[in-house]
Design a protein around this ligand. Structure first.
Ligand code: C5P
Length: 241
């Protein structure tokens, strides 16, 4: 059977809420994303507690600092035994290399598989105007391609990108690069504050490997049923992940 590509975002403010939600939906998803909100409230212990249930964890703290500091943060994440973590690709080539190297070395020391270090290309909240304010190339596509190339040349084996960038990135990246995408909305679900979305099925068909899904699952009246329905919608494309 193909693996389950759904990563449910545990965007809740307490450990109790996260554990309760995780318990409900674990059988219907491939893992859980722990981001800044939950991690800042509940600390590394929530990562250990979710891992202790047997579920995979994607630690989405988007590290962006000098290479030495990011290497240390990545090593700490590897010790928590997470399966994926994020760094900002705009942190630069040296920072990206340090992150990947730290993941490999720390995992080797511990005797387990290294997590997938994912480079966040561009935050989907940044438009052309915001990019030129920062001093980046205002062409979103070009800036994403530049960061994606830099990240993969630096050794990263995965990227986070908007679902609308997946097809284009697939053209320029080697086949083994894992693409993880938020901004996923089933056809029947409102967009919320996400502006550029694809349905789960469209995103997988375009070449995404993993789908990060928050509110369409976690804020649904029956989160388990919502996750199962999304998984069902993927039956014809799951072989692609
Ligand atoms: O609720 P929703 O499905 O929009 O949640 C998407 C998750 O992915 C949230 O945790 C959000 O922080 C994260 N994310 C995103 N866009 C990015 C990067 C991360 O929506 N560019």
């Amino acid at each position: 059977m193909a693996r389950n590509p759904i990563i449910a975002a545990l965007d809740v403010p307490t450990a109790e809420a996260a554990l309760e939600l995780a318990k409900k939906i674990a059988p219907a998803v491939g893992g859980f994303k722990i981001g800044s909100e939950l991690f800042t409230a509940a600390g590394p212990d929530i990562v250990r507690r979710i891992r202790a249930t047997g579920s995979a964890v994607f630690l989405d703290l988007k590290f962006h600092d000098i290479p030495n500091t990011v290497a240390g943060a990545v090593a700490s994440a590897v010790r928590l035994d997470v399966q994926m973590l994020t760094v900002h690709a705009s942190g630069g080539a040296d920072m990206l290399k340090a992150a990947e190297q730290s993941a490999q070395e720390t995992a080797w020391e511990l005797g387990h598989a290294p997590p997938l270090v994912l480079g966040v290309t561009l935050l989907t909240s940044l438009d052309s105007h915001a990019l030129s304010q920062i001093g980046f190339d205002p062409n979103v596509g070009r800036q994403v391609r530049r960061l994606a190339n830099m990240a993969t040349q630096g050794g990263l084996r995965g990227l986070v990108c908007s679902p609308l960038e997946v097809a284009e990135l697939r053209q320029i990246l080697t086949a083994g690069v894992q693409l993880v995408t938020p901004g996923i909305r089933p056809e029947t679900h409102p967009a919320d504050d996400q502006k550029r979305t694809l349905s789960p099925r469209e995103a997988i068909a375009a070449g995404a490997n993993w789908l990060v899904i928050g509110r369409p699952i976690c804020a649904a009246p029956d989160p388990r049923a919502a996750a199962e329905k999304i998984l069902e919608s993927l039956t014809q494309v799951r072989h692609l992940v």
